[in-house]
Design a protein around this ligand. Structure first.
Ligand SMILES: Cc1ncc(COP(=O)(O)O)c(C=O)c1O
Length: 493
């Protein structure tokens, strides 16, 4: 059977008809390395295997490998094989200015302006786990044994509909379990038919942007705010208007001033991301009044509402008033694990059927068995028990990190005391370059995020987001030591 790489190269060879076979194979391999189809550091098949895959002579492959090696694209390691070099001799030119070339079709990949801008602003890093990665739960505590048992039980009597495309916005059982859970735990006002299951908050937002906004429409977003929301909206042609947050949440602007009301108002009212404030009741009422007047949709991103450690959970904005113009977004990324890619939105009844249809049209829903497993996991009480357990664990980890920071740096370095969520903000003096600090820490294997990166406009506060969720209490001080060392080198005296 042909390998994936064999398929790729064979297809490209067939599209590069002119020139000798040796030259064509060399071109195709070089292009695949340059455009990243064959990643730096990856091992190439043995010449004999690739020759067989492509139905060419082994000498043809050897000639291509040798030339690429002499040009610095490949290296051989004795006894291990042929590898793509980690650093390539020339990089792909800027996507926005790269010319389309008919002669070497894969040499330069020209992205759309929209695509290039998305990548320029991208926030997703290659490492997503470990001390002090913000926004990531301790995935090692997932009760896989219970999950597996339910999964196995259900897989024995799977209804055939659960194995096909879903056009109902998710499995009914999950919608029912979620509606019940959200009503009781988050005071969300909803019936199962209002729930649409999505593959992550980004997908939910992408759907909302496409279905509720036209390019050029405006969205109010929090400043600072989550980069993911900004990117999904921007790639859909939505104009972003960042508004500052204070201790009461988003500071509302006067939309009459420029006669351009926002189509969307995106907020994290239960726990402002990343600073941590809770939107006051007065601000919530003001926001709903304003949204009604302006004809805007409030997007409530309740990404970690379950994790409040001292006081009781803050009820969702969505449930504050009947028929509130709010679309509620929730996710299992923080309560279970992000790789599950399961989230949901609660949409007002008049929108529900059309949003489900659009979801099916754009993304083709599915994953029935996983959704049924999750429904049962919630119904049997395992979900609530897991969240309770993790809340206690995170509360202790947070307290320990606060203690370590207080003891080593002092109270002034703790930006907020929201006592919630999976991260806290280490506040830094304005003259410290938090981007450089975070980059230096990453080199030392410590993952943080610079606070200034969460601002779109100037005047950013400096700080580091420290995720404590996956750092055990007894290792907190040790894991914090490199942060302290790098920071002390930058602090006066
Ligand atoms: C504020 C906020 N909202 C949403 C998300 C994304 O959630 P999901 O994994 O469901 O896409 C994140 C992820 O870090 C987040 O920080």
């Amino acid at each position: 059977m042909r390998t994936l790489l064999g398929d790729l190269l064979a297809s490209r060879l067939s599209q590069t008809p002119s020139g000798t076979l040796n030259k064509r194979l060399y071109d195709v391999l070089q292009c695949a390395i340059q455009d990243g189809s064959i990643a730096p550091g990856s091992r190439l098949p043995a010449s004999r295997d690739l020759a067989k895959d492509l139905s060419v002579s082994r000498n043809t492959v050897l000639a291509a490998y040798e030339q690429l090696q002499s040009e610095g694209y490949l290296q051989t390691r004795a006894g291990s094989g042929t590898f793509v070099c980690e650093v390539l001799p020339e990089s792909v030119p800027d996507a926005e200015v790269a010319p389309a070339t008919a002669l070497r079709p894969f040499n330069f990949v020209r992205l759309s302006t929209r695509g290039s801008r998305l990548l320029m602003r991208s926030g997703a890093g290659p490492h997503q786990w470990g001390a002090f990665m913000p926004g990531v739960p301790d995935v090692s505590h997932m009760p896989h044994d219970i999950w597996r048992k339910i999964h196995l039980k259900l897989s024995r009597r799977m209804p055939v509909e659960a194995l096909s495309y879903s056009s109902h916005g998710g499995c009914l059982q999950l919608q029912q379990a979620l509606a019940e859970y959200l009503r009781v735990i988050r005071s969300v006002n909803c019936t199962p038919e209002q729930i649409l299951v999505t593959a992550g908050t980004h997908q939910a937002l992408d759907l909302l942007a496409k279905m509720l906004c036209d390019p050029g429409d405006r969205a109010w977003i929090e400043e600072p705010g989550y980069w993911g929301i900004r990117n999904v909206l921007a790639v859909n042609g939505i104009e972003l208007q960042p508004l500052p947050v204070d201790d009461e949440g988003l500071m509302l602007a006067d939309f009459n001033a420029d006669a351009r009301p926002p189509r969307l108002i995106c907020v994290t009212p239960s726990h402002q991301y990343p600073l941590g404030s809770v939107m006051s009741l007065q601000r919530r009422h003001q926001l709903l009044d304003l949204a009604r007047q302006a004809g805007s949709w409030v997007i409530e991103d309740d990404y970690d509402g379950e994790f409040r450690f001292a006081d009781s959970p803050i009820p969702a904005l969505q449930g504050l008033a009947p028929d509130a113009p709010v679309i509620y977004l929730g996710t299992f990324s923080k309560t279970l694990y992000p790789g599950l890619r399961l989230s949901y939105m609660v949409v007002p009844k008049p929108l529900a059927a059309r949003m489900k249809m659009a979801h099916s049209e754009l993304y083709r829903g599915g994953n029935g068995l996983v959704q049924l497993t999750l429904a049962e996991f919630i119904r049997e009480g395992h979900y609530a028990a897991h969240v309770r357990k993790m809340r206690q664990l995170y509360s202790r980890r947070r307290a320990e990190l606060v203690r370590v920071i207080r003891d080593t740096l002092g109270e002034g370095f703790i930006a907020q005391q929201s006592n919630a969520g999976l991260h806290l903000v280490l506040s830094l003096p304005a003259d410290i370059d938090d981007v450089a600090l975070s980059a230096e820490l990453e080199q030392n294997g410590v993952l943080t995020r610079p606070l200034s990166a969460y601002y779109l406009l100037g005047n950013a506060r400096r700080g580091l987001l420290l995720g404590y969720a996956c750092v055990e209490e007894h290792e907190m001080a040790e894991k914090f030591a490199p942060v302290l060392a790098c920071l002390r080198r930058r602090l006066p005296g």
